[in-house]
Design a binder for this molecule. Structure first.
Ligand SMILES: [Mg+2]
Length: 211
């Protein structure tokens, strides 16, 4: 199965919807050990996705993600916008301008490329209680999944959720939350929550396509 452009846009629509549904929860989690603005930042990025979906569906998948990525880079609210901007630009990396459908190998390469892009800007790895606890295992699951876009997105979403759950048992080592040390046990990392929603949205986007 190939990822059609319709399915590709549906993936992003589901991410935007899930992010919008969860803005209060994200800000509440962020308020425990951070400045409480994660939901606001995520809501701005969700709005950006929706405006892209309204205005840019005639663009290539590559241009769409790159434009979304550069828009996220400019979203105010700490490091979250730039982190997602770089993640999105990494996803766009393996795409060609003339790709109208995305095959399994390219989809896997997109996740690997996003992980490489993040590796260049953060030293956080698995166990440090950041969004990398979701991105790294989700990418590995995608790489090891059968060569089928649906299987890849399902495997990535499941590993993302598992990675997110593990952040509850970790002590924060990055960001403001690190100042709270062991008090962060029992609370998931908020960036891991929003990144797990990204992978969940990607999966639901192809399984329950909406327009
Ligand atoms: Mg914050």
């Amino acid at each position: 199965m190939l990822l059609t452009k319709e399915s590709f846009f549906s993936m992003f629509r589901f991410v935007a919807l899930l992010w919008q549904e969860n803005t209060s929860r994200l800000s509440e989690i962020d308020s425990r050990f951070g400045d409480g603005d994660h939901g606001v930042t995520i809501a701005k990025m969700a709005a950006l996705i929706l405006s892209h979906l309204n205005e840019r569906q005639n663009e290539s998948a590559k241009d769409f993600i790159e434009s979304l990525g550069s828009g996220c880079m400019e979203v105010a609210g700490g490091s979250v916008g730039p982190l997602y901007g770089i993640l999105l630009e990494g996803l766009a990396g393996p795409l060609s301008e003339d790709d109208t459908e995305i095959n399994a190998a390219t989809l896997k390469a997109m996740f690997s490329s996003a992980r490489s892009a993040l590796f260049e800007i953060t030293k956080a790895r698995v166990g440090d209680k950041t969004l990398m606890d979701v991105l790294i295992p989700a990418t590995e699951a995608a790489e090891n999944a059968p060569d089928d876009v649906s299987s890849i997105l399902r495997a990535a979403a499941a590993a993302a959720l598992q990675g997110l759950r593990e952040t509850e048992n970790q002590v924060a080592k990055f960001g403001r939350a690190r100042n709270y040390g062991e008090k962060t046990l029992g609370t998931p990392d908020v960036g891991a929550v929003s990144t797990a929603l990204l992978f969940k949205g990607f999966q639901r986007g192809i399984e329950e396509r909406v327009h």
